[in-house]
Ligand binder design. Structure first.
Ligand code: ZN
Length: 76
């Protein structure tokens, strides 16, 4: 895809709320080779991640230095 990302508004597949897929997150996705848009909003994603991996309740999770405020990931 060409450079020149635009912020996208997506609908969460879980809570059906709108959420923003930021340019920073899109660039991160592209770097990682993900072709699909995220399917979950940040809170649902984080919830699932917590459920799956049992991360500490209070920990601030980062992905390769990108804070979760900027980033959502799809189910893998
Ligand atoms: Zn959601």
């Amino acid at each position: 895809m060409d450079a020149g990302y635009q912020t996208k508004v997506l609908i969460c597949g879980d809570c059906k709320e709108e959420f923003v897929f930021t340019i920073a997150a899109q660039e991160y996705f592209a770097e990682k080779g993900y072709n699909e848009d995220p399917k979950l909003c940040k809170s649902c994603y984080m919830q699932r991640k917590r459920d799956k991996k049992g991360l500490g309740r209070d920990s601030t999770v980062t992905m390769d230095g990108v804070t979760t405020d900027q980033l959502y990931l799809p189910n893998e």
